[in-house]
Design a protein around this ligand. Structure first.
Ligand code: ARG
Ligand code: ASP
Length: 713
């Protein structure tokens, strides 16, 4: 029996070993290169990353810090997702030129639209600076002193390491403080909107289809990078010229088939792949279900109003999408963790790991690690739960409370930093909250308040509840606040914030909405946050040691660093999956599927008339395949938030697709990657070209591109 279990475990580790991982592009020699070649890659790793010659990495800039983009023409044209360019597309839209609804296409460069606060960042080179960062650290004993010294070293290295004056040095930690890398970067700030399909293409399926396969969304938009006459970064100027990239991606017209090699290059934001079983159990059993329940209630309230009232629908659409995105992800993640037996599998591997520690004679150093995790996670549980309730109810989902909390912080600023900081922040709030109130509806929010405060009062840990929430009638409380508080509209807010500092502080402390938030926040900041931070610091230190132990005792095995918004590559194959017993998903969707989902006039599933015509006449030009128009495909690439807009690249370095999502059954990949059900979702590059060419008629853009046939010849 024991033997059988061991074989099973080895089998699990083996199959796991075949896929998954987000790798540092400068460190692919050896194991990764071999794996990629076995999967079908025809390039060498130097084609992906090279400091001396141009390589794929020169075509993959970070898009505004949160998404990825790729250069696809010698004139600095870049491609990213529609949802990544959404706020730029929105900001240029008016009632007369509604680019969200109708799309936008620049048929001449002069028509391209400049954007404030938009930047793209290229990586010039990556270097290991671990030794320099850890200089003088090992001799220190206290955790706080160590962290301080590391920070000092990072600051001085960032300032002193060589770079050109238009570049930047950034040092980031990998493997939770066990490795440090320097990134020399170049950031361009003149980035103009070039094209976007209508939302009925770029956001087709909207929230219903979000995180779901089979998918039919053309989630893309186009921008162009502009530079000064020397091809260097420069602030917007009409004299700037299109950027000449070191490399741009040719686009394959040959498409993909099941089992084709794929590589996804981009900036994954954050993963937690090395958590101990006890932490995963806490997420799956306690933290996620509580957050899901809160958002479930908030979304149901919003939805009930949005369905009845078109004005509310417009006001709440973007907020609804944002809240729903992670609500849906957490549901998928929780189910995926259960279905894949992540906790049991981690527990088994922890047992084996404990034996390894003994065998290596490392009990002094690592012997109590796992037990310490158990102890600290048990201790942090009520604080972590209280923290989530506070964040989700007060800061994220009840809008009146979120404004109240900003005012609470304003009062704190006065207490800690004095009058000048107070006044600056106050003025920022007055300007900043104008837009907020345009999309605020007090009737909707009152219902949200009622439901969420009920949850807060009955389900968050009792010991941290303020007096006024014990045995509260939430309906009465809601009525009291939503009939009196001045936080209900912009005029009221401005009234509260008018006058000298003392008047403002008195005004605030006479408002029952403010006072309610203050009571919650005081309790939270005194009794929850400090203790949470204290235990969390211990957990962070344990996690660092745990990582070190794994690197040391599992030498040569496939350990990749957790995502940290730095450039990574992940690779795999085009592949379907089995979401449930008896169901098999194929890996490619077609325009026929878009038509199958068509609901005329629906805000999620409407289709533009021109696209229907193209479908009817099968006018797919050089982009179709055997009379059909491919739309999306999935693969085994290990991606996460931040990978949106990442290029999907074929075995020879050509663009085949644009990453934008993951399948719902596999969203637990941020914690536990299971190759049998984790898939990333990409738009087929040919669908993008078809929309640009046949739908929008933007031949000017097609003419800039390099279209290739890598599979022929
Ligand atoms: N789920 C994808 C991601 O996490 C896409 C989100 C945008 N789309 C949407 N329907 N909200 O970013
Ligand atoms: N949709 C995500 C993004 O915007 C990607 C993902 O989570 O798979 O980055």
């Amino acid at each position: 029996m024991k033997f059988f279990k061991l074989i099973l475990l080895l089998f699990v580790i083996q199959t796991q070993a075949q896929q998954g991982g987000m790798w540092i592009p400068s460190l692919l020699n050896g194991m990764n290169e071999k794996e990629m070649k076995d999967l079908g890659m025809k390039m060498s790793v130097k084609d992906i990353y090279d400091v001396n010659q141009s390589s794929l990495k020169d075509a993959v800039p970070h898009f505004n810090g949160g998404c990825t983009s790729e250069v696809i023409s010698p004139k600095g044209l870049i491609l990213t997702n529609h949802h990544c360019g959404f706020s730029q597309i929105q900001s240029h839209s008016t009632v007369d030129h509604d680019y969200l609804t109708d799309g936008f296409w620049a048929y001449k460069m002069e028509d391209e639209l400049p954007n404030e606060n938009l930047k793209v960042t290229f990586i010039v080179k990556i270097e290991d600076v671990t030794t320099a960062v850890l200089e003088g650290v090992t001799s220190l004993t206290s955790e706080l002193e160590k962290q301080k010294k590391i920070q000092e070293n990072i600051t001085s290295l960032t300032n002193s390491l060589p770079k050109e004056n238009w570049q930047e040095n950034k040092i980031r930690t990998f493997y939770e403080g066990n490795q440090y890398m320097l990134f020399v970067t170049e950031t361009f700030t003149d980035v103009r909107l070039v094209g976007a399909p209508p939302s009925s293409v770029g956001k087709f399926g909207s929230d219903t289809d979000n995180w779901v396969w089979p998918r039919h969304t053309g989630d893309f938009s186009l921008f162009r990078i502009y530079a000064d006459k020397n091809n260097r970064p420069a602030a917007y100027s009409k004299d700037n010229v299109p950027y000449t990239p070191k490399h741009f991606l040719p686009i394959s017209l040959d498409g993909v088939a099941q089992d084709d090699f794929t590589l996804v290059f981009g900036y994954p934001g954050k993963t937690n792949e090395y958590l101990p079983a006890v932490a995963i159990e806490q997420i799956a059993k306690e933290l996620n279900p509580a957050k899901i329940e809160i958002r479930d209630k908030a979304l149901k309230v919003a939805d009930s109003f949005m369905r009845k009232d078109n004005a509310i629908k417009i006001q709440y659409a973007a907020k609804y999408a944002r809240i729903a995105n992670y609500w849906k992800k957490w549901i998928g993640e929780t189910q995926g963790l259960k279905k894949s037996n992540a906790v049991a599998i981690k527990r088994e591997s922890e047992k084996a790991f404990q034996q390894k520690i003994v065998k290596a004679g490392k009990e002094n150093e690592y012997g109590t690690l796992l037990a310490d995790f158990e102890k600290n996670y048990a201790e942090i549980a009520p604080y972590a739960s209280a923290r989530d309730y506070f964040t989700e109810v007060v800061q994220v989902n009840t809008e009146l409370l979120s404004v109240g909390y900003k005012l609470y912080q304003l009062e704190q600023v006065y207490k800690t930093k004095g009058e000048q900081s107070f006044t600056d922040r106050k003025n920022n709030l007055i300007t900043g909250l104008n837009d907020f109130y345009k999309d605020f509806n007090a009737t909707v929010d009152e219902k949200v308040f009622e439901q969420l405060i009920e949850l807060y009062a009955t389900k968050s840990p009792k010991q941290f509840l303020p007096q006024s929430l014990t045995n509260v009638d939430t309906k009465n409380l809601a009525t009291a606040i939503y009939s009196k508080s001045k936080l209900l509209n912009y005029a009221g807010l401005k009234e509260l914030l008018t006058g000298d500092t003392q008047t403002v502080l008195t005004n605030l402390n006479n408002d029952n909405g403010f006072l309610f938030v203050k009571e919650l926040a005081d309790k939270y900041l005194k009794e929850v946050a400090p203790k949470y931070d204290e235990i969390n610091l211990k957990i962070t230190a344990l996690q660092r040691t745990y990582m070190k132990a794994q690197l040391e005792l599992n030498k040569g095995s496939r350990i990749f660093p957790d995502a940290n918004s730095t450039l990574r590559i992940t690779y795999g194959k085009v592949k379907g999956y089995e979401p449930k017993d008896g169901i098999i998903y194929s890996p490619i969707t077609y325009l026929d599927g878009v038509m199958e989902k068509y609901i005329p006039g629906d805000y999620e599933f409407d289709i533009p008339a021109k696209l229907i015509d193209l479908y009817k006449t099968k006018d797919y030009g050089i982009y179709g395949e055997k009379g059909k128009m491919p739309v999306c495909f999935i693969g085994t690439n290990h991606t996460t938030g931040g990978n949106s807009g990442s290029p999907a690249i074929d075995s020879k370095g050509n663009l085949i697709g644009l990453n934008f999502d993951r399948v719902w059954e596999g969203t637990m990949s941020d914690i536990y990657y299971d190759p049998s059900i984790c898939r990333n979702i990409m738009v087929d590059a040919r669908y993008i070209l078809f929309i640009i060419d046949k739908y929008a008629g933007a031949k000017n853009l097609i003419n800039e591109l390099k279209l290739v046939h890598p599979k022929k010849k």
